[in-house]
Design a protein around this ligand. Structure first.
Ligand code: GDP
Ligand code: MG
Length: 756
C-alpha cells in the first residue's frame, strides 16, 4: 500500500488534515507539540486505499527532542512513497524553511499550502503558479479545517508518488555549491542513500551525521579550513541556515502580496495579549478563568444565585423532575444539569433491566442488580461531568489561550525547576494521564521530562473525578450544608500544589541542573470549531463508556463475587443475618488483613465493621480509577443492606453516604481518602505509560516509590492535621520555632568562622 507522510511545522494543521483525510479523531490543539507520535490512517478515495501518516511537527530535520527524531527517521528510513509537506500559508517564510530541507531528500514532495481560508479572509494574495514554478514542487492550496482542496491534493500526491524524484537544494545558490557536490558524490560512491541530504547535514556538522559518516568528515574539514565564511566564520550550521533563508526571501516571498489592512488585525491580537499575558494580572486572570470552568461544570449554585434571589422564583418543587434537574433553591450549572438529565435516564433504564431479573435465582439477581448495575450506574453518571469539563478545557486550548498560559507560567515554573512548556502536558493531565505523559517528549531536558511524568497524575484526571465529587457530595450531605464544588476545586488545587512542591524537592535532590530556555511560538488566536470539539468529546465519551462496560464491569463482578462468598464458599445473601455475614466474606477477610496499613490516614482499623471497604476500593482503583466509586456502588448495595439509604444512580453520593453511616469515618478521613487516591499509583494504563517514558528501570522504580510515599505522607498529614489540628498547631509552632533558632545559631557560627 502507498504511504503518504504528513510533515510540517508544529501547529500548521497536519492533524486536522489527517483527521479530514482518514476520518480519524486524533487530538487537534492550538499549540505546538500536540502530536508526539506517528499515527496511521487510511484515505479511500483513490483507486487503491493509501495509508496517511501523521507525524509530530518539526521546524527542521536536525532534531532536538525525541518527538522530532520520530519524524526525521520516518521520512528517511521508512521511505514513504510521497511526503506531503504542510505549510502554514499565513506564515510562509518560516514554514518553507523545512521545505528547503525536505526537497534535498530523494522522495516525491508535494506542498500543501494550508490555511488558505485565513489568507483569503485577510485579503492577502499568493501567486500559486509562480510559487510552484520557483519551488519546483507541486503546490496545492487547501484549507484543512474547511475541507477544501483535499481531493486535488491527494490526486497530485498520487501522481507525484509514481515518479522518482532526485533531491535538489536551494544551497546551490551559495558558496557551498562545490563542497556540497563533492561530498554528495563521495557519499554516493559509498552507496549511501539520500546523498544530497546527508551531505548538507554533514557540512552543517550535525552530530548524528558526523557519527554516521566519519570517512567524509576530513574532506569537509579541509574545505572549511581554506574557505572561512566572512560573516559566520567556521559556523557552518549558520551558513547553511542563512543560505536557506536568503533564498526564501529572494525567491519565494515575492509571490506573496500582503494586504496592508490586516496588519491592523495583528495589532488587535497583540492588544488582547497585552492583557492576557500581563506580567502581574496574567496569572490571576488564569486562576479566575479556571475557577469559572469549574463553576460552569460542577456548581449546584450557579452564579451564586441561591442566596440572592427569592427562593420561590427558582423553586421547581411543583415539578419533581425539574427540581431534580434544574436545582433546589438555586440553579444548577450547565454541567450538573446535563448530568442530572443523564442520571435520570440511566436510572430508568437500569430499573427496567434490573426488573427483568426479579424472579431469577437469588445469586443472579444479586450479581446483576447489586454488582454490575450498581457499579455501572455509579460510574456512568459521571460521563456528562467529565465531558463538560473537557469541553471547556478544549475551548481554552483551541482558542490559543493555553499556549499563552504556558508562556506566563514560564517564569514562576522556573522557580520550581520546570519550564513553561511543561505546563501543557500537566494541563492535559486533567483529561487523562496517558497522553499527557506521552506529551512530555516535547520537553528538551530528560530530568524535566522525568519530573513532569511523575507529577502528571497529581493533576486529577477525568477518571478520578467521580471520587472527588462523590466523596465531596457525601461530606456535604452528612453536614447538611455547604458547597461541594468548593471541596472539588480545593482538591484540584491541592493536587497542583503537591505537584509543584514535589518538583522543587526533586530539583533540590536528585535532579540538579539547568532547564533549557523555553522556546515556543505563540499560536494565533482562533475561534474553536464546533465540529472539532464535538469529535473530541465523542472520542472521549466512547473511551469512558468502553472502559465502563469492560474493565469496570469485570472488576465489579470480581468484587461482588469475592464479597458474596465466605472463604468456605457459602453464599452470603441466602443466609440469615446476611449483613453481619458480609464482614466474613472473602473480600472482608483480605481487606481486614491490610487495613492496619491505612490507619494513619484515617480509613484503616479505626473504622467500624465494614471499614475495609475503603481499602478495597482504593486497591481496585489501581486497575482503573473509576473502580473506586463503582466498588462503593457494588459494596454499598449489599454490605449496607440494613441501612435505610437507597443506593441511587446519583454519581455515587448515596453509596458514599451509606459507607459513612456504616463505618463512622470522619470528614478528615474522607478528605485523606480522596487525597490518597489522587496522589497514589495511578491506573494501570498510566503506570505502563510512565514505564515506557522512563529512560531506565531504576528511574521507573523510583517513580512508583515516589507515588506511594507522596500519597502516604500527604494523606497522613491531612488526617492528622484534620483530626488533631489543635495539637498539630502546637507541634508545628514548636517545630518552626526550633528551626528558626537552629538556623540563627548556625548562621552565627558561620559568621564567626568567616570572621576568624
Ligand atoms: P498540527 O500541530 O500541525 O497537527 O496542527 P493541528 O491540526 O493540531 O491544528 C492546529 C490549529 O490550526 C488548530 O487550532 C486547527 O483548528 C487550526 N487549523 C488547521 N488547519 C486550518 C485551516 O485550514 N484553517 C484554519 N483557519 N485553521 C486551521
Ligand atoms: Mg498534530
Amino acid at each position: 500500500m502507498k504511504r503518504f507522510a504528513l510533515a510540517g511545522n508544529p501547529n500548521c494543521g497536519k492533524t486536522t488534515l489527517f483527521n479530514g483525510l482518514t476520518g480519524s479523531t486524533a487530538h487537534v490543539g492550538n499549540w505546538p507539540g500536540v502530536t508526539v507520535d506517528k499515527k496511521e490512517g487510511f484515505y479511500k478515495k483513490l483507486e487503491e486505499p493509501a495509508a496517511i501518516i501523521d507525524l509530530p511537527g518539526i521546524y527542521s530535520l536536525s532534531p532536538y527532542t525525541p518527538e522530532e527524531v520520530i519524524s526525521r527517521n520516518y521520512i528517511l528510513d521508512e521511505k514513504p512513497e510521497c511526503v506531503i509537506n504542510i505549510v502554514d500559508a499565513t506564515n510562509l517564510e518560516r514554514n518553507l524553511y523545512l521545505t528547503t530541507q525536505l526537497m534535498e531528500i530523494d522522495v516525491p514532495v508535494v506542498v500543501a499550502l494550508n490555511m488558505i481560508d485565513v489568507v483569503e479572509k485577510n485579503g492577502d494574495k499568493i501567486d500559486l503558479k509562480e510559487l510552484q514554478r520557483r519551488i519546483g514542487l507541486p503546490v496545492v492550496a487547501i484549507s484543512a479545517l474547511k475541507g477544501t482542496g483535499y481531493d486535488e491534493l491527494m490526486t497530485v500526491a498520487d501522481k507525484a508518488s509514481r515518479i522518482f524524484r532526485k533531491g535538489s537544494s536551494v544551497l546551490m545558490d551559495t558558496m557551498l555549491d562545490h563542497l556540497i557536490t563533492d561530498v554528495r558524490i563521495a557519499l554516493e560512491g559509498n552507496g549511501i542513500q539520500n546523498p544530497l541530504f546527508h551531505a548538507v547535514k554533514l557540512i552543517e556538522n550535525d552530530e548524528l551525521e558526523v557519527m554516521m559518516h566519519p570517512s567524509t568528515v576530513d574532506m569537509i574539514q579541509e574545505f572549511k579550513k581554506t574557505n572561512v565564511d566572512k560573516t559566520f566564520g567556521m559556523d557552518y550550521e549558520a551558513v547553511v541556515a542563512d543560505g536557506r533563508y536568503r533564498y526564501i526571501t529572494d525567491h519565494y516571498s515575492p509571490t506573496v502580496q500582503k494586504n496592508i489592512k490586516h496588519i491592523g488585525q495583528n495589532a488587535k491580537s497583540a492588544k488582547v495579549d497585552r492583557v492576557l499575558t500581563h506580567r502581574i494580572w496574567g496569572i490571576p486572570i488564569f486562576l479566575v478563568i479556571l475557577f469559572a470552568v469549574f463553576h460552569l461544570t460542577f456548581s449546584e449554585n450557579f452564579l451564586f444565585l441561591g442566596g440572592l434571589i427569592n427562593d420561590e422564583w427558582v423553586s421547581f418543587s411543583g415539578v419533581p423532575i425539574l427540581e431534580d434537574v434544574l436545582g433546589e433553591g438555586a440553579i444548577n450549572s450547565p454541567g450538573v444539569i446535563v448530568q442530572s438529565l443523564f442520571v435520570n435516564v440511566i436510572e430508568w433504564l437500569f430499573g427496567l433491566v434490573g426488573g427483568l431479573f426479579g424472579n431469577a435465582p437469588l445469586w443472579l439477581n444479586g450479581l446483576i442488580n447489586d454488582g454490575i448495575l450498581a457499579g455501572l450506574s455509579a460510574v456512568l453518571g459521571f460521563v456528562p461531568l467529565i465531558l463538560t469539563l473537557y469541553l471547556f478545557l478544549s475551548i481554552l486550548e483551541d482558542s490559543g489561550y493555553m499556549a499563552r498560559v504556558a508562556f506566563i507560567l514560564d517564569k514562576p515554573l522556573r522557580k520550581f525547576g520546570l519550564s513553561g512548556r511543561a505546563f501543557l502536558p500537566m494541563i492535559m493531565g486533567f483529561g487523562c494521564s496517558v497522553p499527557a505523559m506521552a506529551n512530555t517528549r516535547t520537553l528538551a531536558d530528560q530530568d524535566e521530562r522525568t519530573a513532569t511524568v511523575r507529577v502528571i497524575p497529581f493533576f486529577s484526571c477525568g477518571a478520578k473525578l467521580p471520587i472527588l465529587t462523590a466523596v465531596a457530595g457525601a461530606i456535604m450531605v452528612e453536614r447538611g450544608s455547604g458547597n461541594p464544588e468548593l471541596v472539588t476545586y480545593s482538591m484540584y488545587l491541592l493536587g497542583i500544589a503537591i505537584a509543584l512542591i514535589s518538583t522543587v524537592m526533586m530539583k533540590k535532590t536528585t535532579m540538579r541542573g539547568e532547564i533549557p530556555p523555553f522556546i515556543m511560538e505563540l499560536p494565533s488566536y482562533r475561534l474553536p470549531m464546533f465540529k472539532n470539539l464535538m469529535l473530541l468529546l465523542w472520542d472521549k465519551a466512547k473511551h469512558f463508556i468502553k472502559k465502563a462496560f469492560t474493565i469496570i464491569v469485570a472488576t465489579t463482578i470480581v468484587v461482588w463475587f469475592l464479597q458474596s462468598f465466605t472463604p468456605d464458599w457459602q453464599f452470603i445473601p441466602s443466609m440469615e443475618n446476611a449483613d453481619q455475614m458480609y464482614a466474613r466474606s472473602i473480600l472482608a477477610t483480605i481487606g481486614q488483613i491490610v487495613q492496619p496499613l491505612f490507619t494513619p490516614m484515617g480509613f484503616g482499623s479505626q473504622l467500624g465493621a465494614t471499614g475495609w471497604v475503603f481499602v478495597v476500593a482504593a486497591v481496585t482503583g489501581l486497575i482503573a480509577k473509576e473502580n473506586v466509586i463503582a466498588t462503593f456502588g457494588a459494596l454499598g448495595a449489599c454490605v449496607v443492606v440494613g441501612s435505610a439509604i437507597d443506593i441511587e444512580a446519583d454519581g455515587g453520593v448515596s453509596a458514599v453516604v451509606a459507607m459513612i453511616d456504616s463505618t463512622g469515618i470522619t470528614t478528615a478521613g474522607l478528605v485523606a481518602f480522596i487525597a490518597f487516591n489522587m496522589l497514589t499509583i495511578p491506573c494501570f494504563a498510566a503506570v505502563a505509560t510512565a514505564k515506557g517514558e522512563s529512560p531506565t528501570k531504576k528511574i521507573f522504580r523510583n517513580t512508583v516509590l515516589f507515588w506511594l510515599a507522596t500519597s502516604y505522607a500527604v494523606s497522613t498529614s491531612i488526617y492528622l492535621i484534620g483530626t488533631y489540628w489543635w495539637t498539630c498547631f502546637i507541634i508545628a509552632a514548636i517545630a518552626i520555632g526550633a528551626t528558626v533558632i537552629t538556623i540563627k545559631l548556625f548562621d552565627r557560627k558561620e559568621k564567626k568562622k568567616a570572621l576568624a
